[in-house]
Design a protein around this ligand. Structure first.
Ligand code: ARG
Length: 568
């Protein structure tokens, strides 16, 4: 496709009298595919010349000579539209996809650049929250997308494993807890202790002082307090790891907030030295009022540090360790102010890398089923949600394809995939509703629908008794001349742009939406075109086309974190 684009750019640059690079970068796929394969808007040029863009387009169209691979040049209002001879685009695209296979969609565009992604980051001793699911799924997808672009990606799980709440938990455990029940009850048991502490604190305010002292002891390295805290972390991490296994997510580092404990004094000292710290009523702060960002609390009266202090230490540590060209924080939109403050404080500290840090926010996840809502006082355990999704997928599959071998593995791929895709389908900043019927439907904008589109192509090959790898060509792609065949070829080719945009915008939904578009074109294709039992050359070219679509679907789903079974 790049060579085709180059040819058009050369011809257009000459006809319009502009630089080759200007023509190249202005060329884009027309929004309406019936307009051709590439379009060149003439607005910018018209503005520069003080002329009417439609006139410029018309004059250039009349001036240009068409030679293959170019079939036609037409002016449509302010646009110049180009169409290639039948088969030219398919020739350029499909052969490449078949040859590249799994590597189709990858590039070296980001080579030599390290991106650090802070994602998932749940709080220990608490259930893995539903908003942490979003962070996990979105962060992991962004990581895969950037890796596919050649970046070095460092995924960090910044576990919430430090802070005054662990003083509370230590006190609660000492008073009411026991190890046996912890071993059996795990996180729900810790949650129970935490809830009890907060209830009893209302009657006995002294508990709060005790908890504060316990956290101080923990910070100062008291061995008993440390041992208990380590136990809480262990129990929690074991549960979190099971969830990550189910989701197929991994991290390069599991460095929680506690890891930065020893790095904090240096940050606080530096803030002090630069005269940024102000003593306020009962805390030490950085005043960001001048930036309209309020105050950022660095230390409490009893000297204990905060989330912000740890984040500042972590940011500096990450830059010094990884020399990142970008650092991302995939965290809910509720923490927008926190990140603005943090980046600003780093700037005030004279750290230029602050400019290369970004908060990647996302909206809320809500359950449609009222019984699943936390407001009813019920805690949602993510592991249960994932297991239920697999269960529901299993019964659907049993009903649709009773003889399926490997049904367990497929049910897992479909169930988990349904939950994951639901989180990645729309722009991340939008809120997401979680509706069991909707996410698992085989029709509609769902993960299972895309997996089915992929499996259906595998079944075409089974029916034809052909191995996709034995599809060797040469192909007569000029036979793929109907609108829907051109549309399908174009959807495959535009996948590359979707990946590039998703990477630039940290927006996996660009890939999700592109795959949904591709699947919709595939459905039209099946209605209008037969693959088997037609002229052998045509059949072969169509097999190559759907195989390219299948590879695209599989690669795109993999970037999002979904498997693509061959049968379901
Ligand atoms: N543990 C935090 C929470 O649950 C999220 C941490 C995000 N990462 C960070 N570096 N602040 O709200």
């Amino acid at each position: 496709m790049e060579t085709l684009k180059q040819r058009v750019a050369e011809a257009a640059a000459e006809a319009l009298g502009i630089a080759l690079e200007e023509a190249r970068s202005a060329l884009e796929p027309p929004r309406d595919p019936r307009m051709g394969d590439l379009a060149l808007p003439c607005f910018a040029l018209a503005k520069r010349l003080g002329r009417n863009p439609a006139e410029i387009a018309a004059a250039a169209a009349a001036r240009m000579r068409c030679a293959p691979p170019l079939a036609s040049v037409r002016a449509a209002g302010p646009y110049l539209n180009f169409a290639f001879v039948p088969g030219a685009v398919a020739d350029a695209v499909i052969g490449r996809v078949l040859a590249e296979g799994q590597a189709f969609g990858t590039s070296r565009a980001g080579a030599g650049q390290t991106v650090v992604i802070d994602f998932s980051s749940p709080n220990i001793a608490k259930p893995f929250g539903i908003h942490h699911l979003r962070s996990t799924v979105i962060g992991a997808a962004i990581g895969r997308i950037l890796r596919a672009r050649g970046h070095d990606v460092v995924g960090i799980n910044h576990l919430g494993d430090w802070g005054t709440q662990f003083g509370q938990l230590i006190v609660a455990f000492r008073r009411w807890g026991d190890e046996e029940r912890l071993a059996a009850g795990k996180i729900p048991y810790l949650l129970e202790l935490y809830v009890r502490f907060n209830a009893e604190k209302k009657e006995q305010p002294a508990l709060q002082d005790e908890a504060r002292a316990a956290f101080r002891a923990l910070e100062l390295g008291d061995p008993q307090a440390r041992a208990l805290w380590r136990r809480f972390r262990e129990v929690s991490e074991a549960e979190f790891r099971r969830i990550y296994d189910l989701l197929g997510v991994r991290f390069e580092h599991f460095t929680g907030e506690s890891f930065y404990e020893e790095h904090m004094p240096a940050v606080v000292a530096e803030l002090e030295r630069q005269g940024l710290l102000v003593e306020s009523e009962d805390a030490t702060i950085v005043d960001l009022g001048a930036d309209g960002l309020g105050v950022s609390i660095i230390k409490k009266a009893d000297d204990s540090t905060l989330y912000m202090t740890r984040d500042l230490a972590a940011a500096i540590y990450r830059f010094e360790t990884f020399r990142f060209s970008r650092a991302l924080y995939v965290v809910g939109a509720a923490q927008t102010l926190h990140f603005k403050q943090m980046f600003r404080v780093l700037e005030l500290l004279g750290r230029p890398f602050a400019k290369h840090m970004a908060h990647v926010p996302f909206g809320l996840l809500r359950f449609r089923d009222a019984k699943m809502s936390t407001r009813e006082g019920r805690v949602i355990y993510l592991e249960e949600v994932l297991e239920r999704a697999v269960e529901l997928a299993r019964s659907k599959i049993r009903e649709k394809n009773p003889g399926l071998e490997d049904a367990d593995r497929v049910a897992r791929a479909v169930g988990i995939g349904a939950v994951v895709f639901n989180d990645l389908k729309n722009r991340r900043i939008k809120d997401v509703t979680f509706d069991w019927d909707e996410i698992l439907a085989f029709e509609g904008d769902t993960g299972p629908y895309l997996q089915y589109a992929h499996a259906r192509i595998a079944s075409v090959f089974r029916k034809a008794a052909r191995q996709p790898a034995a599809l060797l060509g040469p192909f007569r792609f000029a036979l793929l001349d109907s609108q829907v065949e051109r549309d399908l070829t174009r959807a495959v080719s535009l996948y590359l742009e979707a990946v590039a945009r998703a990477a630039a915008e940290h927006e996996p939904s660009i890939i999700s939406q592109h795959l949904l578009d591709l699947a919709a074109v595939l459905n039209r294709f099946y209605i209008e075109c037969r693959i088997l039992g037609v002229d052998p050359d045509l059949s072969e070219a169509r097999l190559a086309l759907v195989r390219a679509a299948q590879i695209t679907l599989r690669n795109g789903l993999a970037l999002l974190g979904l498997e693509a079974p061959d049968e379901m």
